[in-house]
Design a protein around this ligand. Structure first.
Ligand code: PHE
Length: 343
């Protein structure tokens, strides 16, 4: 009987290995394991054996049964996988889908362009803390304690114990804090370009709570307003176009004397006056000659050194650039692909 079992097993296995599809397997399953299958028949014959042989043969038959069942399952998965492959016809000549390429954010592009414009005339880009002490953002910039002019910069203060000398901790509302950090180093001449994130409690079509400013500071001997006007003009022509002109208007800042608002001629009406501008001019931002008190606060002798500073908005100049006239700065941070893809 053992011999008979071996023959059945070998026969079944070779048949299973030769099958080409699931249908053939089904037949083999019936032939050996079905109700009248040869293995099932053999099981019935056990009763004819001597009791001591029955147990051994029974175990062997069951083992064979398991082996055959497993072989059938393995063969079945093989057939079905092959079948799937046959079905999945794909055309290797069909052009593929191009992965979409990203690009640098328009604000970063503007920062890179501004940096390269100023680097050409000797300014170096620096970075300073954006979480800063009141002293650097206001105190050293000639704002007496509790002076209401602090309110002009809608500042976010951080809940932290005040430093007896440097005061509260805040998010930089302007890049002018970088002037103090730079002058403290005490190396001259200073030709700083500080581009950083700035924060103010404002959000509307022309303000976002986090924006960027670029600040220049030029300190040396005999630096005058003509240098300021020259750098302003150079920037305006390089960034906006050779046909644009700049002007300075008197203004007030605590940390500069004299102080100015700087303007650029409107690119749309060419200075005649239109809906976009104020009588032909667009406002760029603040500037002025560094106040002697500010120099003194940084340990600099105002009789020896003088200089100018300017602070303008990155998003603002980008929105003002010809061909980019954007009426809502919040779009830069709304992460809308249709908008960003245009740059
Ligand atoms: N910090 C000023 C502002 O944010 C701009 C400014 C910078 C003015 C440098 C004068 C000199 O409005």
């Amino acid at each position: 009987m053992k011999q008979k079992l071996m023959t059945i097993k070998n026969h079944a296995v070779s048949l299973i290995l030769d099958t080409k599809d699931a249908k053939e397997l089904e037949q083999i399953k019936l032939q050996f394991l079905g109700k009248s299958g040869s293995l099932t028949q053999l099981m019935k014959e056990i009763t004819t054996l001597a009791p001591e042989e029955r147990k051994e043969i029974g175990v062997l038959i069951n083992e064979t049964k398991t082996i055959l069942e497993e072989a059938i399952t393995t063969a079945l998965t093989k057939h079905t996988t092959v079948k799937k492959e046959n079905l999945a016809q794909f055309d290797v000549t069909e052009p593929g889908k191009r992965p979409s390429l990203g690009h640098i954010h328009p604000v970063t592009q503007a920062i890179e362009e501004i940096t390269s414009i100023f680097e050409k005339i000797g300014f170096s880009r620096v970075r300073h803390p954006e979480i800063e002490w009141d002293w650097y953002a206001f105190g050293a910039l000639n704002f007496p304690d509790n002076h209401p002019a602090r309110d002009d910069w809608e500042t976010f203060f951080i809940k932290q114990e005040k430093d007896p000398k440097k005061g509260s901790v805040l998010l930089t509302p302007h890049t002018s804090s970088g002037q103090i950090r730079e002058m403290e180093k005490g190396k001259f001449p200073i030709q700083m370009l500080n581009i950083a994130k700035t924060y103010r409690r404002q959000s509307d079509a022309s303000h976002v709570p986090m924006f960027h400013q670029f600040e220049t500071l030029f300190i040396g001997e005999n630096i005058s307003i003509t240098h300021l006007k020259g750098v302003l003009d150079y920037f305006v022509k390089s960034y906006f176009g050779q046909d644009r002109v700049s002007r300075i208007r008197p203004y007030h800042f605590q940390f500069t004397e004299p102080s100015f608002e700087t303007d650029v001629s409107c690119g749309v009406c060419k200075g005649k006056g239109c809906r976009l501008c104020k009588e032909g001019w667009l406002e760029l931002g603040g500037a002025g000659m560094v106040h002697p008190n500010v120099l003194k606060n940084c340990g600099i002798d105002p009789t020896k050194y003088s200089g100018f500073a300017s602070g303008w908005g990155v998003e603002r100049v980008l929105a003002m650039k010809e061909g980019v006239n954007i009426d809502d700065v919040r779009l830069f941070y709304a992460n809308r692909m249709e908008f960003l893809e245009q740059f």
